[in-house]
Design a protein around this ligand. Structure first.
Ligand code: HSE
Length: 429
């Protein structure tokens, strides 16, 4: 038996409990590996009721002491959040030459450049498999393997809460608010679901994937983010009629040294792989120039999947596997231009509520054709409002800035109600 590793765990929620369970199984079943000793577990509240017995656990409320304890070689940060104690304890631990494992995507999306620099300078690991898509080993796959093959696009479903809500809406379980309430009751959505439903959680994750896939600095501010709160059940009805599903899609791509980083609801073909990913499941598709397409699918959250990812990060450290936190050394990371959403082009779904009378369609067509936006298909449905109609258009590919100025003109038409909705379409998936 080789060296003994001292581990400090900060946070004992879902991920922490899942990890401790994994560790117990590992110690029972594994015979000839290193000793892992949990030295301290920092919690906010010693008296809190937990899903596991804490009687024999070395609990403390002094989180920062984990970063200075000489018996701790590896800090496992499972508190969450980009600010406050999570940031402080991780930074201090890295400065004190401790390896760090974290499940905290917000922390890395905001402070990833600074923290990875400290880890690199001190030659310690900063591993974060549990931070992106829970149990799917996507960090390992991209950071250690696939990036060598020149990745050109990563896309997928990186937020289980949103996918659960959208799946239920698609299956007629109700409108956004009812489905969200139901998801909260069943534990598939947080009591404060803001980060999930506004797309922020998925944006943290795709920002990190973009950095490790394309060897660029982490740039969360440049990621375009739009959540799912404006999607309603009628959008699903119209989407289905047109052969589409609606997903919260996260995309990172590189073309001619230009990067796209975006999270937004998207029409995807019903027969695409991504449309078939349902409920709380996550999926990541990686396209590269050597292998082509790899699809990863699995649970993106929960004690088992995230605990297993933390365990795998720990094993890497114990085996002596060192990877630069962001795939390549700081010096080799290149700052590439991240494109603004206005400059990207898509086909679009447009939904316009307008008075059902002669001439309206002609005016809408004029606003579109003025900017050379051509219509691929069109359907008209009765609206909930009497004497109004829902006009559903699918456009050919057009630059977003042109679409936005057409919408501005359409909204000014006296026959059109103020809400004109548009959803981007990814036809090539
Ligand atoms: N809240 C996330 C989700 C899981 O719903 O996918 C943690 O990243």
């Amino acid at each position: 038996m080789s060296k003994t590793y001292g581990v400090g765990i900060a946070g004992l929620g879902t991920v922490g409990s899942g990890f401790l369970k994994q560790l117990k199984n590992f110690k029972t079943h594994s015979q000839k590996t290193a000793n892992i000793n949990v030295i301290k577990i920092a919690v906010k509240n010693l008296r809190k009721k937990r899903s596991l017995s804490v009687k024999s656990l070395p609990l403390t409320t002094d989180t920062m002491s984990l970063a200075t304890n000489d018996n701790i070689d590896i800090l496992i940060e499972l508190i969450g959040g980009s600010k406050g104690i999570a940031y402080k304890v991780v930074k201090k631990a890295l400065q004190n030459n401790k390896h760090v494992i974290t499940a905290n995507k917000a922390l890395l999306a905001v402070h990833g450049n600074e923290l990875s620099k400290i880890a690199e300078q001190n030659n310690v690991c900063l591993n974060y498999e549990a931070a992106i898509a829970g149990g799917i080993p996507i960090v390992k796959a991209v950071r250690e393997n696939l990036r060598l093959n020149k990745i050109n696009k990563i896309y997928g479903i990186l937020n289980g809460t949103c996918n659960y809500i959208l799946t239920k809406m698609e299956n007629n379980a109700g409108d956004f608010k009812n489905v969200l309430n139901d998801a909260q009751k069943k534990g598939f959505a947080e009591l404060d679901p803001t980060f999930d439903i506004q797309g922020i959680d998925a944006a943290h994750k795709i920002t990190l994937l973009s950095s490790i896939a394309f060897d660029i600095p982490v740039n969360f501010k440049a990621t375009f983010i739009e959540g799912i709160t404006k999607i309603d059940k009628y959008d699903f009805v119209f989407a289905k009629e047109l052969g589409y599903s609606i997903k919260l899609l996260s995309v990172a791509s590189k073309k001619l040294s230009k990067i796209e980083q975006r999270v937004h609801p998207c029409f995807v073909k019903l027969k695409s792989d991504i449309a078939k990913v349902s409920n709380e499941i996550n999926a990541v598709v990686v396209n590269d120039l050597v292998i082509g397409k790899n699809i990863f699918e699995g649970p993106g959250a929960g004690a088992g999947p995230t605990g297993a990812s933390v365990m795998s990060d720990l094993m890497d450290i114990i085996r002596g596997t060192y990877n630069y936190p962001l795939g390549v050394s700081m010096k080799k990371r290149k700052k590439l231009k991240i494109q603004k959403i206005d400059d990207l082009s898509f086909p679009y779904y447009l939904r316009i509520t307008a008075k059902d009378k002669a001439g309206v369609m002609a005016k809408i067509s004029k606003a579109l054709s003025k900017r050379k936006i051509s219509i691929e298909s069109i359907i008209q449905k009765p609206s909930k409002r009497s004497n109004f109609a829902e006009i559903i258009l699918i456009t050919h590919t057009v630059k977003e800035s042109s679409l936005l100025s057409s919408i501005k003109q359409i909204k000014r038409l006296p026959e059109v109600s103020s809400s004109v909705k548009f959803i981007r379409i990814e036809d090539s998936l």
